[in-house]
Design a protein around this ligand. Structure first.
Ligand SMILES: *Cc1c(COP(=O)(O)O)cnc(C)c1O
Length: 235
C-alpha cells in the first residue's frame, strides 16, 4: 500500500491533517493538488481520484494530456506555471483556473478572450514572488496592491480568489516561513483594503508544505512526493 500512488497520497493527507491540527485549523481546510509536470497522463489518471486538484506548469503539455482525459474524472485542472500571452487562449480552454497571473497585460488578454467567449467569470490567483529569486514568476510583493487594484478595475471577468507563491529554494526554515507569513499578511491587508475575501492561499510544495499549512495555506501543490522525481526542473 505505502509504495503505491494511493498510499503515498494517503500519507500526505495524514501529514496535512497533523499540520492542521497542530495549528488549530479546521480539518479539511486545505486542498491537495497533484503537480504532474513531466509525468504521464496515465500516472495522473491513477492519482486523480485521490486528489482535489491537478496542477500543470505548461499549457502545451497540459493541453495534450487533457485531450485524452477520461470524462469520468472531474478533478479540476489549474495552471501554475508562467503564462505567455500568445498561449492565453489555449490556457483558458485547457484549465479550470489560472494561479499564475502576475502582470496586467496578461490579465487584460485573458479578460478580452473571456469577453469574446461570452464568459463572465473565470477564477484566477495572483502569483506573488515572495522569495526575491529572479527565476521565479510572480509580481513583487510591493507591486501586488497596484496589480490587484488594476485587475479588479479593468478585468471584470477575472474572479480573483487570492494569491499563489513558490517558497524560497533554501533549507533555512525561518526564511521559508517568512515568505509564507508575508503572503498571508499581504492577503490580510489587501482583503481589508478592497473588502474582498481573497480566501485562497496556494502555497507549499513537497519540501515545505507543513510550514505553509501552519502559515495559512489553503492549497498545497505536491509533485515529487506523489509522482516521484522529475527528469529536471522546468523554468
Ligand atoms: C513543480 C511545482 C510544484 C511541485 O513541486 P514538488 O517540489 O515536486 O512538490 C509546485 N508548484 C509549482 C509552481 C511547481 O512548479
Amino acid at each position: 500500500m505505502v509504495d503505491s500512488t494511493a498510499g503515498r497520497i494517503a500519507g500526505i493527507r495524514e501529514t496535512i491533517a497533523e499540520a492542521l491540527s497542530k495549528s488549530g485549523r479546521a480539518s479539511g481546510s486545505v486542498k491537495l493538488m497533484g503537480v504532474s509536470k513531466f509525468h504521464s497522463a496515465e500516472a495522473m489518471v491513477e492519482a486523480a481520484p485521490y486528489l482535489d486538484l491537478l496542477g500543470e506548469n505548461r499549457v502545451q503539455e497540459a493541453f495534450a494530456k487533457r485531450r485524452s482525459w477520461p470524462h469520468s474524472l472531474s478533478t479540476p485542472w489549474h495552471l501554475i506555471g508562467r503564462l505567455q500571452r500568445n498561449k492565453a487562449r489555449r490556457a483558458l480552454e485547457t484549465f479550470d483556473a489560472i494561479e499564475s497571473v502576475d502582470r496586467l497585460d496578461l490579465a487584460h488578454t485573458l479578460d478580452r478572450i473571456l469577453e469574446e467567449r461570452g464568459e463572465s467569470s473565470y477564477p484566477v490567483l495572483i502569483q506573488v514572488n515572495t522569495s526575491d529569486e529572479d527565476t521565479k514568476g510572480g509580481v513583487a510583493p510591493e507591486e501586488a496592491e497596484r496589480l490587484l487594484s488594476a485587475v479588479l478595475e479593468k478585468c471584470p471577468r477575472l474572479s480573483v480568489g487570492g494569491f499563489m507563491t513558490i517558497g524560497p529554494n533554501t533549507g533555512d526554515e525561518s526564511e521559508i516561513r517568512r515568505a509564507f507569513t508575508g503572503l498571508r499578511e499581504l492577503r490580510d491587508r489587501l482583503s481589508c483594503k478592497f473588502g474582498l475575501p481573497l480566501a485562497e492561499l496556494s502555497m507549499g510544495m513537497s519540501g515545505d508544505f507543513k510550514i505553509a499549512i501552519e502559515e495559512g495555506s489553503t492549497t498545497v501543490r505536491i509533485g515529487t512526493s506523489i509522482f516521484g522525481a522529475r527528469p529536471s526542473y522546468p523554468v
